[in-house]
Design a binder for this molecule. Structure first.
Ligand code: URA
Length: 225
């Protein structure tokens, strides 16, 4: 179950499309490990993967289901539900790739698309450099994967590209580990129908657009340290 009570923002100031993980002591302990600058790469991988798994499971809670009746081995009929519709993951390169394994663990043979967005040096705006999506992406629910929602620039560009590929806004679920309040508000104002699943909402951004307290550069910590 998702929670509407994050630590650094009151629930009333949170856009209705935003869902946080339950802010439990266990979750905070996981975040404390990955935020710690002295945490070694092996532990960073292990504990960030644990959080990613929780986030993906929460994202799947937002997919629609339809009534489904089955028969159990005891000969009983059981009126349950089944998943409706196909999904795919889309990772924003490169840090978002780190979240693909967590999605594959819970969704067998899930299709994965990729998108590379970088800052255009001339305009200082996020620019699309590469994208590759399953051909039927417009018929799928999309789980957009990017670990850090800082200014929101890359995520908003990614949504624009997905919508250009005819993915309806309300079929996109954006999953991230840490959000800044300003990035979250800008993103949700522009795309109010995209559901955002975030593990933690931090205090803000520093002058270099890093989230504070944050965890530093997610890609560096995951792939290099
Ligand atoms: N990307 C990161 O990896 N860290 C931040 O704090 C912001 C963006």
């Amino acid at each position: 179950m998702s929670s509407k009570v994050p630590t650094s923002q009151g629930p009333s100031s949170l856009p209705p499309s935003v869902f946080t993980l339950p802010q439990t002591a266990q979750l905070e302990a996981l975040y404390t490990i990955i935020r710690d600058k002295n945490t070694r790469r092996g532990d960073f991988l292990f504990y960030s993967d644990r959080i990613i798994r929780l986030l993906v499971e929460e994202g799947l809670n937002h997919l629609p289901v339809v009534p489904k009746t089955i028969e159990t081995p005891t000969g009983c009929s059981y009126e349950g539900v089944g998943f409706e519709g196909k999904i795919c993951g889309v990772s924003i390169l490169r840090a978002g790739e780190a979240m693909e394994a967590g999605l594959r663990e819970v969704c067998r043979s899930v299709r994965i698309g990729k998108i590379l967005i970088q800052r255009d040096e001339e305009t200082a705006q996020p620019k699309l450099f590469y994208s590759k999506f399953p051909p039927d992406i417009a018929q799928r629910y999309v789980l957009l994967l990017d670990p850090m929602l800082a200014t929101g620039g890359s995520a908003m560009k990614a949504i624009e590209v997905l919508m250009e590929h005819s993915v309806p806004e309300d079929r996109i679920i954006f999953i991230n580990l840490i959000s800044s309040p300003e990035g979250l508000n800008t993103f949700c104002k522009k795309y109010p129908l995209v559901r955002v699943i975030t593990g933690w909402i931090d205090q803000g951004l520093n002058e270099k657009a890093y989230i504070i307290p944050g965890l530093g550069d997610f890609g560096e910590r995951r792939y290099c340290s």
